[in-house]
Ligand binder design. Structure first.
Ligand SMILES: Nc1ncnc2c1ncn2[C@@H]1O[C@H](COP(=O)(O)OP(=O)(O)O)[C@@H](O)[C@H]1O
Ligand SMILES: O=P(O)(O)OC[C@H](O)CO
Length: 498
């Protein structure tokens, strides 16, 4: 039997999945990751904990699958994107905790860059907006703040990486310092037309080029997992940011195919082929996973708080014992009875880009209960995703392309049938949940398998995609328009200055 091992390092947990060559899940191992919130708006992870939990899950997945490293043809890596690590080249020790993608501390730095009139050049070169979300200002902050950081960097002693690079470095025992185009495209430092680091942006952000990893295609030679770790050396052949990896795992390889992942955040990506399309509606343009040197792009909308609103119900409000219990609580009332929850806990991402927005609950009455708030919280995930889809359709229309006809879904919260049905109802198009919902890991396994020659091409992979359940819209468009308008009204309340 041929097996592929996918390492999926997410915001909430590290996971490893063994797939067989048919893309079926053979074994899964998962460890939660500690979230550090040292100050309001700051979010950090311990890079060593990331590495240790990732390695532990890889070992556990092999054990559960009752196979050894010799049975694995190739390893694929997929990761939470933008999260920034800076480490010593000689020792492999991080200089500080990783700054997580949700962290807002560099917003003043971003405001200064915007004031310098850089927004236009940044969007043209990187496809991104200037926001604290991306790695560039996080790296700048580390270089400027960690004592001695900049001097060490300028002396060539330090390596920067997103989580993929950090894991590759550890897995190869420092032999490979690399990243792939899809991760590089999230840094604010990378020109997605030339697939190279951009000197002008590096200068604007005051980043010494010597800290940067080498950028490769997403299906390429990334060295090998050292035999010390899993008992036998295994080639690393696939690397992609988790959202681009999910797009790949959902077999969205060509223009017009889209998926939405419902994890901690929500990420709606639509492949635009080889066409770099700038959004006029608050979306990002990003590099899709690339199997060769030809650039490929996607339009992306990122919602910062998606499934995390359910964690807030569980841990903050203590309204439920487990994330899975939200459906029962929400279904205990027929609707949200006019309550709207805007989970702008870390500002609002696409398409609103309101960094200072705060969470809001509107429409409360004397009869409102926790069940209404739970239902409205679930609905907020669908409203935010619908706002992204509307923006995407406007961009598609401007480019003479068709609006989206169906949406493929995945991620932890996509198991929630109430949410998926509500999503189809507000969107007015079918929502398709595939049989394998581990699409993020599957994408990385596919990329590794392509490089290892397990698969001959993407056509072969597209044929494997199978739907598990199709949610058809059951409400009329007037109902959807009314609900969206109530949502937008609540968003305006959340975005008002405090
Ligand atoms: N039944 C459910 N209904 C709604 N949300 C859920 C459900 N189960 C899990 N979630 C949410 O899904 C998220 C975890 O999804 P996952 O894809 O593992 O996230 P990540 O990749 O961001 O770590 C959590 O925010 C959790 O609250
Ligand atoms: O860890 P996830 O699945 O929430 O994904 C995080 C994204 O990559 C951030 O851009």
């Amino acid at each position: 039997m041929t097996y592929l091992l996918a390492l999926d390092q997410g915001t909430s947990s590290s996971r490893s999945i063994v797939f067989d060559a048919d893309g079926r899940v053979v074994a899964v191992a998962q460890r939660e990751l500690t979230q550090h919130f040292p100050q309001p708006g700051w979010v950090e992870h311990d890079p060593l904990e990331i590495w240790e939990t990732q390695l532990a899950t890889a070992r556990e997945a092999l054990q559960k699958a009752r196979i050894t490293a010799r049975d694995i043809r190739a390893v694929g890596i997929t990761n939470q994107r933008e999260t920034t690590v800076l480490w010593h080249r000689r020792t492999g020790q991080p200089l500080a905790r990783a700054i997580v993608w949700q962290d807002r501390r560099t917003e003043p730095l971003c405001a200064a860059l915007r004031e310098r009139g850089l927004a236009e050049a940044v969007q043209a070169k990187t496809g991104l907006v200037i926001d604290a979300y991306f790695s560039g200002t996080k790296l700048r902050w580390l270089l400027d703040t960690v004592p001695g950081g900049r001097a060490l960097a300028e002396a060539g002693e330090l390596a920067f990486g997103t989580i993929d690079s950090w894991l590759i470095w550890q897995l190869t025992r420092g032999a490979t310092h690399a990243t792939d185009v899809s991760n590089a495209s999230r840094t604010l430092l990378f020109n997605v037309h030339t697939n190279q680091w951009d000197d002008e942006l590096l200068a604007a952000l005051h980043i010494p080029p010597g800290v940067l990893p080498q950028v490769q295609a997403s299906s390429a030679d990334y060295g090998a997992v050292h035999a010390d770790w899993l008992g036998h050396a295994i080639p690393i052949g696939g690397v992609a940011g988790d959202q681009q990896s999910a797009l790949f795992g959902q077999a969205c390889f060509s223009e017009g195919l889209a998926k939405n992942t419902y994890g901690t955040g929500c990420f709606l990506l639509m492949h635009t082929g080889e066409r770099f399309q700038r959004s006029a509606n608050g979306l990002l343009t990003t590099s899709a996973a690339q199997t060769n040197t030809t650039p490929a792009y996607a339009l992306e909308g990122s919602v910062f708080v998606g499934g995390a609103v359910v964690q807030w119900l569980r841990d903050g409000l203590q309204a439920i014992d487990s994330s899975g219990a939200v459906q029962g609580l929400a279904e205990s009332v027929p609707d949200s009875d006019g309550v709207v929850v805007v989970p702008a806990f870390t500002g609002l991402g696409a398409p609103y880009w309101k960094p200072h927005a705060r969470g809001a609950i509107t429409g409360l009455t004397r009869g409102s209960t926790l069940a209404h708030i739970a239902r409205a919280s679930l609905e907020s995930i669908a409203f935010q995703s619908a706002a992204l889809l509307q923006a995407m359709d406007r961009d598609a229309q401007a480019a003479g392309a068709q609006p989206l006809r169906e949406l493929r879904v995945d991620g932890g919260a996509s198991v929630n049938n109430l949410l998926m049905q509500f999503q189809a109802d507000v969107l007015g198009i079918p929502v398709l949940r595939p049989k394998v919902v581990e699409t993020t890991a599957l994408g990385a396994a596919y990329l590794a398998g392509l490089h290892a020659g397990v698969y001959q091409g993407t056509d072969e992979l597209a044929q494997r995609w199978q739907v598990e359940r199709r949610f058809e819209p059951q409400r009329d468009r007037a109902w959807a328009a009314e609900r969206m308008s109530a949502w937008e009204h609540a968003v305006r309340q959340a975005a008002l200055p405090a």
